[in-house]
Ligand binder design. Sequence first.
Ligand code: GTP
Ligand code: MG
Length: 331
Amino acid sequence: MLVNIKTVLTAQEIIDKAFLRASRIEEPYFPKKVDKIKREVMDRISTIEATSAPYLRKLVRQFPTLERLHPPFYRDLISLVFSVDRYKVSLAGIDWCAQRIEELSSHYIRMVKRATDAGEALTLMKGFYGRFASLVRSQQQNLAFLIECRNYIRSLPDIDTECFTAIVAGMPNVGKSSLVSALTRARPRVAPYPFTTQEVHIGFLTRDWVRVQLVDTPPGILDRPMEERNEMERKAVLALRDIDGIVLFLIDHSGTSGYTVEQQEGLYRELSDILGKEVIRVQSKCDLSSERRERICISATTGYGLEELRGLLLERGELFARQRADQAARA
Ligand SMILES: Nc1nc2c(ncn2[C@@H]2O[C@H](COP(=O)(O)OP(=O)(O)OP(=O)(O)O)[C@@H](O)[C@H]2O)c(=O)[nH]1
Ligand SMILES: [Mg+2]
């Protein structure tokens, strides 16, 4: 999980929860009624504070600051949807609200202590309840905004950005998903990709301590020319530049994908340009055509060429991991 943000309660839920806890408080052990009522009122006020202020502060802490959110891949995707300023303002608002609740609670408890009869204590309690509720309600929009942020952040594909990654690309129907399933045994993790209706499938290749992540790009993400995309889609695609690794570009020469080789070459050139990574060409569905046109040829159906490809990916993954370790040692 990218960042584990717990459920964000709405303003009304926070108020209801605090009032419910407070309503359960009863102090039976006072001989004088006024003392009993004063004690109960003070306990209720501090319970309301204790159920709400720490929750709000924790809420603020668990949202990542966008500047610090690592890696850039996620920062890019998040700032596509949310104004960074709005995000900051919302978090600051909630922090302010927590502080005001704490101040208000101390203030009212002091006044209740000085109260001379039960009626005065109860009036103070009502006053506190009202001010507390309107304080929390003042954060309604900030909370609603953060609920949206949380849902979006949680929906992002869970790409392990520490891991060497092979993005599997190519025109539709060339055999990308078949290759990823053939190479990786475990059931792939699935997540929607922002601004597409499609999901990415993520699988892992492992050997000893080396891991390689395979990201299967579904139709619509990488197989359309950039000029046909809107701004958001373009940026969502460009976020893939931040991921360390290579692109495996599948070319189907068998004629069964429905795309000509020229169309596939066009996409190859485009991706080589925009993704800023080494692109390795792989001829797919080699069981269907005897002609070998690429240096690397595979068939996901018969398993032809898969061991070599697996070896190549793991070798690259190992090299990457060693370079990372060296960098870390030097830093
Ligand atoms: N004969 C043969 N058929 C294959 C091979 N790999 C994939 N296919 C078939 O080609 C079709 C498309 O395969 P997919 O793996 O779904 O292709 P894809 O690139 O993921 O397609 P999209 O997700 O739609 O972009 C399926 O009917 C597969 O069974 C192969 O190595 N040999
Ligand atoms: Mg597919």
